[in-house]
Design a protein around this ligand. Sequence first.
Ligand code: ZN
Length: 471
Amino acid sequence: MNTKILVVALFCSLLTFGQKNNTLNDLNSKKDFYSTIAQKIWGYAEMGYQEEKSAALLEQTLSNEGFRIKKGVAGMPTAFIAEYGTGKPIIAILGEFDALPGLSQEAIPEKKSAHKAAGHACGHHLFGTASVAASIEVKNWLKTNNIKGTIRFYGCPAEEGGSGKVYLVREGLFDDVDAVLHWHPNSVNEANAGASLANKSAKFRFYGVSAHAAISPEKGRSALDAVEAMDMMVNMMREHIPQEARIHYVITDGGKAPNVVPDFAEVYYYARHNNRNTVIEIFDRIVNAAKGAALGTGTTMDYEMIGGTHELLPNLTLQELMYKNLVKVGGITYTDEEKIFADKIAKTLGLKKANLETAKIVQPYKSKGKPFGSTDVGDISFTVPTAGMSSATWVPGTPAHSWQAVAAGGTNIGYKGMMVAAKTISLTAIDLFLDNSIIEKAKKEFYIKRGEDFKYIPLLGDRPPALDYRR
Ligand SMILES: [Zn+2]
């Protein structure tokens, strides 16, 4: 390299360094603004496909910043796409905003319901807000530096069991995207190559004949018997499926009164495994158990597919970049007041003290994750190279879907973690706009991993979005 080129290269990297510092400073100055938005969505606590106020607030925030908004995409009233800029590359950031039923909780370190139908026990109010913050920040950077390309925010409803993103993928709404970035609230900071379980879920409905349970039971055919027979068969089946598989169910309707033979009963099932083909096989066997149960109890059965997601396809090229930026951003520190809150939460989790060191650091990078739950990001990751990260929005040691997660998520602890995510995703998107070779490398990896003969088949089939699955 001659001296002239070296000087130009050095100047460019200094310039980029300065631009990125501006981005971080700008996000620091907007922490209160975004915290207020997250707090509002935390308060709305709207469940899957009912997130009208949450989606409207995020749409408005993006539209105020000059984003073009497409509302109600893929047949889901609370799904939307917000876009800024023109041409390639198209970098997408995902945001979620649905809450979980039965987990209403105040922002205090003791269990106390906020008397709402749901609570943000998975931190999706932070998820949606940080991703909006990052999209706006990247837009500002594109505008200031006159950079060509498109930043796109996907407002993704009903992640918790509704598989909202699957409908977006099925509709082809990701087909022109070059890279997808996302994150998730957590009790640690990490940007590991994620792994998740593919899943299929359905509600099985049995129809019998009602009769007086004492005077004329012989005239009745119990739909609840059918549910119990089905559950019995599926529970026996557990011994004969791959041991990493997961099956769970709840009886959502078991009749109304013991002295009436129930003529209707419903059971809601999930099947999961880290390979979608195994999930399909297990699910088909569950359907057979339902058919057998109906036959044996003299009832009839039908079922409705509710959800279905692919496992995650990690992209190490993007993941390593995300990790590098997370390290640059770093974790969070607690104030004295927050430490007291954290210790109180830790006690309710059976811990002596909260280990706040883990919120401060970034976990060492792992290129292979252990699959835990399921996410509808899986389907996106089989469509576009995708990378994710998570940050400490909950007191270390807090499991997701707990009242402790709702509590911390409604405080400054949650908002601090949220800003870590907003910063990391902003820097990663900027890197992708600056260096097209990263996207090329990520795509090469993506096509090899996905396999030549890959064809996208949604696990939930061709059903329309299950808009009433929480009603
Ligand atoms: Zn979640």
